[in-house]
Design a protein around this ligand. Structure first.
Ligand SMILES: NC(=O)c1ccc[n+]([C@@H]2O[C@H](COP(=O)([O-])OP(=O)(O)OC[C@H]3O[C@@H](n4cnc5c(N)ncnc54)[C@H](OP(=O)(O)O)[C@@H]3O)[C@@H](O)[C@H]2O)c1
Length: 268
């Protein structure tokens, strides 16, 4: 797809994967809407985009707040009159055993990672259906296919995102609107700056990706007829293996990540 003059909304655009995706779309001449809570970070990203064609619009918005999302969507439609790509990327994770996290911490991850995606989709989808065009990209994780100790509630939010996306994907057949989930393995971003990751051996479990690699897949996803793109694609074999032989794979995954959880709780 030629993204020149297309209107692209990216939630979680103030850092990491969202920022890298905004830069990639801007380089392709798209008008980019930058959505996140931290205005000063959004202004920094907007400044980086000023070197490229197309305009950018900042929308300070907490995606877990339905009213704020509706205001954001109104602002975008007032400004551009259409939306071609919606990238539901905003998300966060709190590390710790279910027994250690508060109920509020568990619910908050669902509110942003899952309901934030629902609010944005519900706000923008009617416009895309009216246009008979557009694409929704939902940034999930390989954690949408593996329940990992230490991030159970995060995995739940991504499983929910994948299940919802699969249902909606089928509903959208023949409407001109597409949907693709992007599921990366670990990415080197500020996601792990959350205090709960203190003593967590960051980026040491196998390979990790750059934000730019994931951004490249998000661009590809915006024009894809596939339901899910796993990054790197070789990781799909791991998902297949787990789903086909869960009794064999689950204990291995459980052991690896349980050890990391124990090490983090007893760093010495
Ligand atoms: N890093 C990884 O290993 C990895 C792997 C797989 C999937 N992912 C997914 O990739 C997405 C982006 O994460 P990242 O790795 O790029 O982390 P990041 O650098 O921490 O970016 C997260 C973004 O989400 C925004 N955000 C968080 N809560 C929000 C809310 N309530 N409303 C609006 N914006 C909110 C943050 O901005 P503000 O704080 O300014 O609001 C920030 O821009 C997430 O959905 C994450 O689950 C990451």
């Amino acid at each position: 797809m030629d993204f020149k003059n297309k209107v692209v909304i990216i939630t979680g655009a103030s850092s990491g994967i969202g920022e890298a995706t905004a830069i990639k779309f801007a380089k392709k001449g798209a008008n980019v809407v930058l959505v996140a809570r931290r205005k000063e970070k959004l202004l920094e990203v907007k400044k980086k985009l000023s070197n490229f064609p197309g305009t950018s619009l900042i929308c300070q918005c907490d995606v877990s707040d339905k009213e704020q999302v509706n205001q954001m969507s109104k602002k975008v439609l007032d400004e551009f009159g259409r939306v071609d790509v919606l990238v539901n990327n905003a998300g966060f994770v709190i590390y710790g055993k279910v027994n250690e996290l508060s109920t509020e911490e568990i619910v908050a991850q669902m509110e942003t990672n899952y309901f934030g995606m629902i609010y944005c989709t519900k706000a923008i989808l009617p416009q895309m259906l009216e246009q008979h065009s557009g694409h929704i990209v939902n940034v999930a994780s390989v954690g949408a296919s593996f329940g990992v100790p230490g991030i159970a509630s995060y995995c739940a939010s991504k499983y929910a995102m994948l299940g919802f996306s699969e249902g909606l994907f089928h509903e959208l057949d023949g409407t001109g609107v597409g949907l693709t989930v992007v599921s990366p393995i670990m990415v080197r971003t500020p996601l792990f700056d959350h205090p709960s990751f203190e003593n967590f051996s960051k980026f040491s479990t196998g390979i990790s990706l750059s934000s730019e690699t994931v951004a490249k897949t998000i661009i590809k996803a915006s024009n894809s007829s596939r339901l899910e793109l796993v990054v790197p694609s070789a990781a799909r074999a791991g998902i297949w293996f787990k789903q086909t032989f869960p009794f064999f794979v689950n204990p291995i995954i459980g052991n690896i990540f349980r050890k990391q959880l124990t090490k983090r709780n007893n760093p010495n």
